[in-house]
Write a protein that binds this ligand. Structure first.
Ligand SMILES: Nc1ncnc2c1ncn2[C@@H]1O[C@H](COP(=O)(O)OP(=O)(O)OP(=O)(O)O)[C@@H](O)[C@H]1O
Ligand SMILES: [Mg+2]
Length: 246
């Protein structure tokens, strides 16, 4: 692939204090504007894969670049280009930020020192609120929202950042089916606009209406990596899990 936006070469990573590496020898190249679904059973290493791409874990061997930046050497610069919606979040009900403030925080990496948010930043906030259908939540405190509403706010926060790569770990877990389909359509538009979208998901009932790169993990390795039409995602993941049990 010419100029991949995410490039992993023989990557092995671990958690501090863990006895063994959690993911091993991962080779992965993902292009601009690709829509990637990462599947595989609990404990397969899906979250670890995203944390590795985000430069949050020590890489024992191999290398990872995002937008051409080495995630270990240029982490802060790289993370300005990266949105990451984590798997398990838990807001204290008294978290003192409104939804609007949470979205504005997404702009700070772009603002630099001393500059206060301006018209362009508030316009980006308006756009993301509207895109996620949560404009009515703007002045609410995030800790007082439902899990699904918080999920949408976190996605909107990352869209406000205007990233080149958007990683989402189980973004559908708190959403009902209609909302899963809606959010999936939004993420599809995001990918069509050239942003690379990587989703870890068990909920294969909401699928983009386009080709998808399916990456299946098992026991810390990638056991399948191929591009399929969206209607084949479920079957491809199922079959790959069965094959790797054989
Ligand atoms: N902070 C940690 N410290 C040590 N080991 C960890 C840590 N987090 C995860 N692991 C281990 O790494 C392995 C992979 O975990 P990971 O969270 O990446 O799996 P996953 O595929 O995302 O699973 P799930 O579908 O349950 O979210 C597991 O064996 C887990 O026990
Ligand atoms: Mg996980």
């Amino acid at each position: 692939m010419d100029d991949p936006i995410i490039q992993m070469n023989s990557v092995t990573t671990t958690y501090e204090g863990a006895a063994h590496p959690v993911i091993h020898d991962i080779d992965l190249a993902i292009g601009k504007g690709e829509f990637v679904i990462v599947g595989g059973p609990n404990g397969a290493g899906k979250t670890t894969l995203l944390e590795t791409i985000a430069g949050l874990l020590p890489i024992i061997s191999g290398s990872v670049t995002v937008c051409g930046l080495d995630v270990m050497k240029s982490g802060p610069e790289m993370r300005k280009k990266l949105g990451y919606v984590i798997q398990n979040f838990d807001f204290d009900p008294y978290t003192p930020f409104t939804v609007e403030e949470v979205l504005l925080i997404g702009r700070y990496g772009l603002l630099g020192f001393f500059r206060r948010p301006g018209t362009e930043d508030f316009a980006a906030v308006d756009r993301s609120l509207e895109q996620m259908g949560i404009t009515d939540l703007r002045k609410k405190h995030i800790g007082k929202l439902s899990g699904g509403q918080q999920q949408k706010v976190l996605i909107a926060h990352n869209l406000t950042k205007n990233p080149d790569v958007l990683l989402l770990d189980e973004p559908f877990s708190n959403l009902d089916l209609a909302t899963r389909e809606h959010v999936c359509d939004i993420l599809c538009d995001v990918a069509d606009a050239g942003i690379t979208v990587v989703i870890v998901s068990h909920a294969f009932d909401a699928l983009p209406k386009r080709d998808v790169r399916v990456v299946v993990m098992k026991g810390g390795s990638v056991v399948l990596n191929k591009i399929v039409p969206s209607e084949q995602v479920q079957e491809t993941v199922r079959q790959s899990s069965e094959d790797s049990n054989a």
